[in-house]
Design a protein around this ligand. Structure first.
Ligand code: BGC
Length: 747
């Protein structure tokens, strides 16, 4: 007993000391901020609120834009973007050190899925549902980028996306707010590390605030019109998760939302983000978005744009120069309170202090560390593992996969087989001075795997786009000689990404025609589909016996694809976004409402909520993905059937690996609130567990249901759980529900 009391006392003392030190530290940073801030002129303060682009085209560092250098010397610039490498960042930082107050510059960069080591595109990584691996991917990106002079990434993109026409679907974590919030949290932690200022960490940026993923018609930059309920329930949660993970910065979105451009949206930036959520970092505009408010038709001129954005709570102007050119006049005219400028400056200085830049502005500029980290073999291993975890097995008729490593002849066909850079996907980083040799093509990956014992034949067959079928004959010739055909088709890497919305999301060109021809040979065909978004490929889906959706997998693409094809990795990924049968179904997502005329099958389209000429079902649903093994779900037990709001229900079940391979299953827990004052979706993901199981192994898994999992925003936007009956569904996907039960929430 005495020992316990002593232990408790010890913990209290340690905690108190820890809290005192922490508060002393915070205090000392804010004191440090004040010590610089108090010396600043208005011109220098406004300088901190600007971010410019580096000269992309400058090959000779002496050719630096003179004006920019002079502005930096005068303390008129706070940050640069697209400036990479220890050598180049050092040059700019040295110029900043010539300014009166020597306030260091911040270097920001779109480190979206890796730096030198490219990881799979974020949407692909999300399909792993593996939060540790996702965090590690961001950690490695941060380690490399911070070693190369970068302080800040414009990631993670946490926009919910339900429309694959939108090109930026590739940057997010899919359609579901619960899963996307978990992933947002993991990514922020990964980039930022344990505490600000660690040498191998960079500041993260939750973007694009807010609603960008709901651009009307999936057309990039388009307007967003959305109810408060949808905003709070679906689009805001990943941003809130980023705040909970202590994200350092936020970026506004390009769109207007309900008629107000996000960059001048006081409700979003001040009321929600800074006041309700207590966010203490700073907000940067998206590129030029301050000035774009003129195009939106929300302000008359650049001066009004600057006034509107700073008043709304946008602290830093990326590239529009509207702050630089107008804020001083606005303050002098009394149109912008100096307090607004002061607040923004302090938020930015705070981060510069947290990063330790005032102590040593060159601390992220070690050429030796850069060389070491950019060539760290552990990063390659992690990229390969992440790539394996991101590949989704969509179809595997007659267990065609995995392939034997003793196949005599393989015909490897398609426009993406020998592609190198394509595997990086959109938003890769071109690190200056490094070429892209460090990418394993699909051809090289399979060659590495099968070695000389297999005769590996190649034909391109066709291009990604266009209608030229001249290469079909050669492709058919090699297919006839082979035991198995692997066909690698899909999009070009720059067909998804920013400003890459498409109204037709079919597999482009004659690639599916090539598949049709190849199938006439009677040879088994494995299709690899490379893309940054869900594509429509009904012919392939219905006719190819085996399909792997490989997305864009990054540096280790070829090796990872080979690992999966030949069974060294058993696929475990599941889709985080619904794959439609046709663009006519868009937007389509699993957590829809039931409607008053629910459609229940494709046999009857009469007076129910469906299209008369289209299925009500997606091609592949949210949560779907196969394994080489099979899993049995059994033994669902609820610890009780009724709970009060203060109680919990424990849900337990057994999962058994009933197949012939070791594997991992992503067990998904969905809940439906059967009656709600606001209509509730037919199901909502509320938990999941990714569980490894050896052949024949069984494991029990547990989930906890509490009030939080049953809550939603009512009409007054209060987060509440309403008493009543709930349906619990445990599934291998959102459609493949294996176990079901009901329970009740009491008054
Ligand atoms: C994109 C942002 C990106 C910024 C800087 C903009 O066009 O919307 O996501 O961070 O450019 O490159």
């Amino acid at each position: 007993m005495k020992k316990i009391v002593l232990n408790i006392l010890f913990i209290i003392v340690v905690n108190t000391l820890f809290q005192l030190t922490a508060s002393a530290q915070t205090k000392s940073i804010s004191q440090k901020v004040d010590s610089v801030f108090n010396l600043m002129t208005l011109d220098e303060k406004i300088g901190q609120l600007n971010q410019y682009n580096d000269d992309w085209t400058a090959t000779d560092l002496l050719a630096i834009d003179n004006d920019k250098a002079i502005q930096i010397q005068k303390g008129q610039l706070g940050s640069l973007l697209n400036c990479m490498g220890t050598e180049r960042t050092r040059i700019w930082q040295k110029i900043a050190m010539q300014s009166r107050l020597k306030i260091p510059l911040l270097f920001g960069q779109d480190v979206i899925h890796g730096y030198k080591t490219t990881f799979p595109i974020p949407l692909a990584e999300a399909c792993s549902w593996d939060l540790e691996a996702i965090e590690l991917s961001a950690r490695i990106a941060a380690t490399e980028a911070s070693a190369s002079g970068i302080h800040w990434t414009f990631a993670p993109m946490v926009d919910i996306t339900r429309d694959p026409r939108w090109g930026r679907v590739m940057e997010g974590a899919g359609e579901d707010p619960y899963l996307a919030s978990k992933i947002a949290y993991a990514r922020v932690k990964g980039f930022q590390g344990d505490k600000p200022g660690e040498l191998n960490s960079i500041m993260a940026c939750a973007k694009h605030f807010a609603g960008y993923g709901a651009a009307i018609g999936g057309r990039d930059y388009n307007s967003v019109d959305m109810s408060e309920r949808l905003l709070w329930e679906v689009y805001l949660p990943p941003f809130k998760a980023a705040v909970d993970a202590k994200v350092s910065t936020f970026m506004t979105s390009f769109n207007d939302i309900n008629g107000v451009p996000s960059t001048g949206n006081k409700y979003l930036l001040r009321t929600i983000l800074k006041e309700q959520w207590g966010f203490n970092g700073y907000v940067v505009s998206d590129w030029g978005a301050v000035g774009e408010m003129i195009n939106h038709g929300n302000v008359k001129n650049e001066s009004e744009a600057a006034q509107c954005a700073i008043t709304a709570g946008c602290d830093m102007d990326m590239e529009s120069r509207n702050y630089k050119n107008n804020l001083a006049q606005l303050v002098n005219d009394g149109k912008v309170l100096i307090a607004l400028i002061d607040e923004a400056v302090k938020r930015i200085l705070q981060k510069k202090f947290e990063l330790g830049l005032f102590d040593d502005p060159f601390r992220f500029c070690s050429a030796e560390r850069e060389k070491r980290e950019l060539n760290n073999p552990e990063h390659t291993t992690a990229a390969r593992e992440m790539a394996c975890k991101s590949i989704v097995l969509l179809k595997n008729q007659n267990q065609l996969l995995p392939l034997s490593k003793n196949i005599k002849t393989i015909a490897f066909i398609g426009p993406l087989v020998k592609a190198v850079k394509q595997n990086k996907g959109f938003w890769d980083v071109e690190v200056p001075g490094l070429d892209s040799n460090y990418i394993v093509s699909q051809w090289a990956g399979i060659q590495n795997k099968v070695g000389n014992k297999t005769n590996l034949l190649y034909a391109k067959g066709c291009d990604i786009e266009g209608d030229n079928k001249n290469g079909f004959t050669e492709a058919l010739n090699i297919a006839r000689q082979a035991d198995v055909v692997i066909l690698s088709i899909g999009e070009r890497r720059d067909m998804t990404g920013e400003a890459k919305s498409r109204s037709n999301i079919n597999i482009p060109g004659v690639q599916e025609d090539l598949l049709k021809e190849l199938l006439t040979t009677g040879k088994p065909v494995v299709a690899l589909i490379n893309a940054g978004r869900p594509l429509v490929f009904n012919y392939t889906a219905d006719n190819a016996p085996a399909i792997l959706y490989t997305w864009w997998l990054g540096s280790e693409a070829g090796n990872a694809i080979a690992d999966v094809l030949f069974g060294d990795y058993n696929p475990s990924a599941k889709l985080v976004i619904t794959f439609p049968q046709s663009v006519g179904q868009l937007p389509i997502y699993y957590s829809h409402f039931n409607t008053g005329h629910p459609a229940v099958s494709d046999d009857n389209h009469s007076y129910n909520s469906s299209y008369t000429d289209l299925s009500i079902y997606p091609k592949f649903e949210f949560g779907y993905g196969l394994s080489y093994t099979s899993f049995q779900y059994s033994n669902l037990k609820l610890s009780k059937k009724k709970m009060t709001k203060d109680e919990q229900i424990e849900v337990s079940l057994t999962i058994t690996n009933t197949g012939k391979y070791n594997g991992e299953e992503i067990v998904q827990l969905y809940i439906r609130d059967l009656v709600g004052s606001i209509v509730r979706p037919v199901k909502d993901l509320k938990d999941f567990n990714k569980i490894p199981l050896k052949i024949g192994e069984s494991k029990n898994i547990r989930f906890i249901i509490d009030k939080e999992k049953l809550s939603f925003y009512n009409q007054q936007l209060q987060w509440i759980a309403e008493p009543g009956e709930f349906e619990l569904m445990i599934g291998a996907s959102s459609r493949d529900i294996r176990l079901q039960d009901n329970f009740e929430l009491l008054e």
